[in-house]
Every structure is written in C-alpha cells, then in structure tokens.
Ligand binder design. Structure first.
Ligand SMILES: [Zn+2]
Length: 277
C-alpha cells in the first residue's frame, strides 16, 4: 500500500490548500544545521514541522516503516495551515535537494525557500558527529547536482485529496492557475527554441550554448514571497549560459531582496562556496 508512488505523492502533495500564514521551507543535506538555521532565523513561537522529529516521536525508536504515517501527519499539519491565523509563522524542514523540489514548496505553499548547504565535507563531518548515516548526505549531493532529475512527475493522491478537500475560499491549486509548470520543463522548452545565450549574443560574444533559464524580472517579491506569474511567464524567460546566469542572477536577487542573500537564503556572490556546483 505504501509503495514508492504513494510515498512520492505524499512527499510532494499536490492537494494541499494554500496556507493562510507565512511558511518558510528550509532545504539542505540532512544534519543538525537545518534545525539550527531555523532556530536562529525563526521568531519566538514559530511552529516547526520536521519530518524526522515526527518519525522519532511516532517510532519511539522502534524499527519499522514510519515514513508513510509520518508523511501523513506532516501533510495534515500543512493542510491545516489554510486555517492558521495570518500572523502565524511556520518553518518546514525538508531535504528537497533538487531545484524543482524546492520550487514545489514555493509554488504549492507560497513558501519562502532557504537552501542551507554547508558544503559536502562539512555536512559529512556533521553527520558523522551526529551519528547519522553519511550515505544520506552523499545521496543528497548527488540529487543536488542533478536538479531536474527524478523526472516522473509526482502522482496525484486522489484518496487524500478526497478526504481533505480544499478549505472553502482557498485559492485554486497552483497547477490550475497555470503556475505548476516545473522549472525543468520550462527550461527544456526555452532551450529548444533559443539554444544560444541571449546575453552573449546581444553583447557581441557570439553564439555560446545556453544552459540555463533566467527570469528577467525576479519572481521573488521584495518581501521574499513567490510570484507565480513571473515564474511561469515565457515572456519573462531568457536563455543564458552559466556565466551570464550567475552574473544576472546575483544582480536581480539583490534587487529583489533587501537582505544580504537571495530569496532562498543563499549568499549572492556566485563564487561563494554555497553557490558552487
Ligand atoms: Zn552568456
């Protein structure tokens, strides 16, 4: 019953209603730094939704298949956020190594996404110190290096959707608003019609193969929230090479964010170790 497809639908549920409160999603390799990041950035009284913590509480250390019931509880708590007071602040701890997974929380929960990546050597060392299996850290970095991987789209779990429904008056799902297109698909379409870096061409560097989709206007609003229209609008997409994308991405992130980092918590400097790929 809890086969991989069920777990996949539960891990990235499409049926969640839009939260009524502020949600932050913290993504990164497994380890104590995720919770530490939340504790240093959340305001007092903020709720933390952490799958590992739920598993620990449910299992009481007993071995077993705790992921499915824990995901169910996590999703129930995420669904309840549709009825939360608007001034509530909630932090979701998630691994989400792939870009599309981090975009998922931005699209489906209107979450501000923070990528907390201490770098592989530090994450490995922290895992060893915390008694975690370093295999999970290793595979996080493998997935991180392959942002569009795991291409089978998550399965819609109609059973859970039927049980939970949408809160009355909740916004329609992101997919119905036309914003559900994942980043990888948009990039593939763009690069098919625009295979050369548009900036290199415009600035006289000739034809350099484009590898990246750049959002011309940043899809992060100044307050860090997610603008789904700018994210999905092909007119706001530009094909760039890695070099131009890094230069442009840093600039627009800075314009969009009053903080010293981009909307996802990354430092703006493309040469910062967190930004190395
Ligand atoms: Zn270029």
């Amino acid at each position: 019953m809890n086969g991989p497809s069920t777990n996949r639908a539960a891990a990235y549920p499409t049926w969640l209603p839009m939260p009524a409160c502020t949600v932050h999603a913290v993504a990164g390799p497994p380890g104590p730094h995720l919770r530490q990041f939340v504790q240093t950035h959340c305001r007092p009284g903020a709720a933390i939704i952490d799958l590992d913590e739920i598993i620990e509480r449910l299992s009481q250390g007993r071995p077993g298949a705790w992921a499915a019931p824990a995901l169910e509880e996590r999703n129930r708590r995420l669904a309840d956020l549709a009825k939360a007071p608007a001034d509530e602040e909630v932090w979701l701890i998630t691994l989400s190594p792939r870009q599309w997974q981090r975009d998922w929380w931005a699209t489906h929960l209107n979450a501000r996404v923070h990528l907390v990546d201490p770098g592989k050597p530090a994450a490995m060392a922290a895992a060893v110190a915390a008694g975690l299996n370093v295999r999970f850290v290793h595979s996080w970095y493998e997935d991180y290096a392959d942002p569009d991987g795991w291409r089978i789209p998550p399965v819609r779990d109609t059973r859970e959707r039927h049980l939970t429904g949408r809160a009355p008056g909740a916004r329609p799902p992101a997919s119905a608003r036309g914003y559900g297109t994942n980043h990888g698909t948009m990039r593939t379409k763009l690069l098919a019609r625009q295979p050369w870096c548009q900036r290199c061409e415009a600035e006289g560097r000739g034809r350099v193969p484009a590898t990246d989709l750049n959002h011309i206007k940043p899809f992060r609003r100044p307050d860090g929230s997610f603008d789904g229209k700018l994210f999905g609008d092909p007119a706001n997409h530009e094909a760039l090479c890695k070099t131009c994308h890094n230069a442009h991405g840093a600039r627009t992130d800075r314009d969009a964010s009053p903080l010293g980092s981009g909307g996802d918590g990354r430092p703006l400097d493309p040469n910062h170790p967190w930004n190395r790929r």
